[in-house]
Ligand binder design. Structure first.
Ligand code: CP
Length: 322
């Protein structure tokens, strides 16, 4: 892997390889000493033009557990406010020795621009770009589903026949887009549920079924129900039902949680708007995988950084003493 920019173009073989390497990384995280020497001497730059808690810290933890050096850049408080361009910012950080750049940006396509521009030689990982994609979120979600389904027997498996329903603000969700493509590649059946005003115009081209009624979707007993954050910061008020109406028609309240069935898992990429798209009862229930997703995110990002920066000798380098 040279870059990880999206899941739409990620092959099944590459996706399974990332998930399998993440399994190995997860195993190393159960050891008394969790740090591996694998990326000693490498530098990972977190280049964040939008806010983040999970993704940025998770990439930082992943890089540090592989013994890489980490430089954290946040656009807030930087020379971006003085008009510095993406090219100049990236080249400045490259000049400090970046081997991989993990970028979150408000503009869809910014990671691809960085990867294909020739401005830098570092590998590029998309950590969320506008409303386009968030590939490592989809990979950690797939990892979580695979783990719940197959447990210790997950390696080499896909999600064939798994029924996944994704609910909410699909229009603005890079998480939904990345999940739809990856889940379809892994053989899952994906259903999207959204208010009619929060559906992308090109949704008919996505490998998913679209519904507008959450209760109808729940009656179909999905294996996983993924609730999306309402992205009020990207929204024109004209798109959005009132918060009260949204919560009543598309929120996962305790009654819907009960109707879901005890075998279904409840997922959310975070951050959550408790009481809007998901009730506290659902977020904190035994079926919620919200914190498991966060934990698995570190293993998946370790796998991505490892595959980008190391490439071979995986077995040897994950041994306790390297
Ligand atoms: N899921 C996710 O991307 O969360 P953050 O915005 O906190 O990184």
């Amino acid at each position: 892997m040279r870059h990880l920019l999206d899941t739409q173009t990620l092959s099944r073989a590459d996706a399974i390889q990332i998930l399998d390497v993440a399994e190995d990384m997860a195993d190393t995280q159960l050891r008394e000493v969790r740090k591996l020497p694998t990326l000693r001497g490498k530098t990972v730059v977190n280049l964040f033009f939008e806010d983040s808690t999970r993704t940025r810290i998770s990439f930082e933890a992943a890089a540090k557990r592989l013994s890489a050096d980490v430089i954290n850049f946040s656009a807030k408080g930087s020379s971006v406010s003085k008009g510095e361009s993406l090219q100049d910012t990236a080249q400045t950080l490259q000049a400090m020795g970046a081997d991989a750049v993990v970028i979150r940006h408000g503009a869809s396509g910014a990671p691809r621009t960085l990867a294909s521009s020739g401005w830098i030689t570092a590998g590029v990982v998309n950590a969320g770009d506008g409303t386009h994609e968030h590939p490592t979120q989809a990979l950690l979600d797939a990892f979580t589903m695979r783990k719940r389904r197959f447990g210790a027997d997950s390696r080499g498996r896909d999600l064939d026949g798994m029924r996944v329903t994704i609910v909410g603000d699909v229009l603005h969700s890079r998480v939904a887009r990345s999940n739809v493509w990856l889940l379809a590649t892994l053989g899952a059946e994906v259903t999207l549920v959204a208010p009619p005003t929060l559906v992308p115009q090109d949704v008919s081209l996505w490998p998913a079924t679209i519904l507008y009624n959450l209760d109808e979707a729940i009656e179909r007993r999905p294996d996983a129900l993924m609730m999306l954050r309402i992205q009020l910061e990207r929204m024109n008020a004209a798109y959005f039902p009132t918060e009260r109406e949204y919560s009543r028609r598309w929120g996962l309240d305790p009654l819907r949680l009960e109707a879901l069935g005890s075998d279904s898992i409840v997922m959310h990429p975070g951050p959550m708007n408790r009481g809007l798209e998901i009730s506290a009862a659902a977020a904190d229930s035994a079926r919620s995988t919200v914190l498991e997703q966060v934990t698995h995110g570190v293993s998946v990002r370790m796998a991505v950084l490892y595959l980008l920066l190391s490439g071979s000798e995986h077995e040897a380098n994950t041994a306790p003493n390297g």
